[in-house]
Design a protein around this ligand. Structure first.
Ligand SMILES: C[S@@+](CC[C@H](N)C(=O)[O-])C[C@H]1O[C@@H](n2cnc3c(N)ncnc32)[C@H](O)[C@@H]1O
Length: 277
């Protein structure tokens, strides 16, 4: 018995051959078929556009904050007038220093929690304290109380070198990484007790303390250059202190202290001897 293999009809075989040859060969883009590549590019463009408009949105909120509450406060607060300080406030992205869940508050004029019972200071206060330091571009500045690193970033926009100390280690380490990521190369962050300053980097042209103390720490006075300025909240009560500007004359004992306004800050942590009157 013979068995013949069934064969496809000729017409079908021809069709198959023809379609295989005539199918247009589409050139791949980025290793993808054109349609897929177009879809991918559209998604990238959409994401880039969204990120850009979010950045523009933050910048707009920042400009409004500076104009409405720092340069021209609607209440009785003294306006911040120094153009360099106002420009620094317009530049530094405060939302980068606020926890992601609270970013929507980044450009409101109040302190925002940053964890460990601490806060990033109110923008008006950051600007006013910075203005009171009367900074010059070549200055070297010490900050006590790094917190989020925001105040340090504002200072870094204005002076040659910023040294900042934070007593709570996770905050200090996070601030250091954040400042590096944002490109602030003229800021050094140290974890430690800022009451004792940073003797091996002093003396400083200016010192800012962003936590309240019962007195002006003598080690900080010692690390201030003659002619230098220190801004510090001083008081005896948690619910109100006075913002003090200390100006150092040519001798260590030549100190002038001016009280600027009542403020509320978090306390300076650590065990410190109270100096004899
Ligand atoms: C109001 S927050 C500062 C906000 C900060 N300047 C910013 O821009 O986010 C005060 C900070 O001072 C820190 N601090 C308190 N006592 C300190 C001390 N003895 N030495 C260094 N930092 C201290 C706190 O841990 C807190 O992070």
């Amino acid at each position: 018995m013979t068995y013949t293999m069934p064969r496809k009809p000729k017409s079908i075989r021809r069709e198959a051959t023809v379609s295989a040859v005539s199918k247009p060969r589409r050139r791949k883009i980025l290793g993808l078929q054109p349609l897929r590549a177009a879809a991918l590019l559209a998604i990238i463009a959409l994401l880039a556009g969204t990120a850009l408009s979010q950045q523009e949105n933050w910048a707009r909120q920042r400009r409004q904050l500076v104009e409405r509450t720092i340069a021209h406060p609607r209440d009785l607060r003294d306006p911040v007038r120094a153009p360099r300080v106002l420009n620094a406030m317009r530049r530094v992205p405060r939302h980068e220093f606020v926890p992601p869940s609270l970013r929507y508050q980044a450009y409101e004029d109040h302190p925002v929690p940053i964890g460990h019972g601490q806060t990033i200071s109110q923008p008006y206060m950051v600007a006013k304290m910075t203005e009171l330091l009367e900074l010059k571009p070549g200055d070297r500045v010490l900050e006590v109380g790094t917190g989020s690193g925001y105040q340090a970033a504002v200072l870094a926009e204005l002076v040659r070198e910023v040294y900042t100390i934070e007593i709570i280690e996770p905050l200090g380490l996070a601030a250091r990484l954040r400042l590096e990521r944002l490109g602030y190369e003229n800021v050094e962050v140290r974890v430690g007790d800022g009451y004792y300053g940073w003797p091996d980097q002093g003396p400083f042209d200016a010192i800012i303390v962003t936590a309240w103390s019962t007195h002006v720490p003598p080690p900080l006075v010692a690390q201030l250059k003659p002619g230098g300025r220190m801004v510090i909240p001083v008081g005896n009560y948690a619910f109100q202190q006075n913002l003090i500007v200390v100006r150092k004359g040519d001798s260590p004992r030549d100190l002038r202290m001016d009280s600027v306004m009542p403020v509320v800050f978090v306390p300076l942590l650590g065990e410190h001897p109270k100096p004899q009157e």
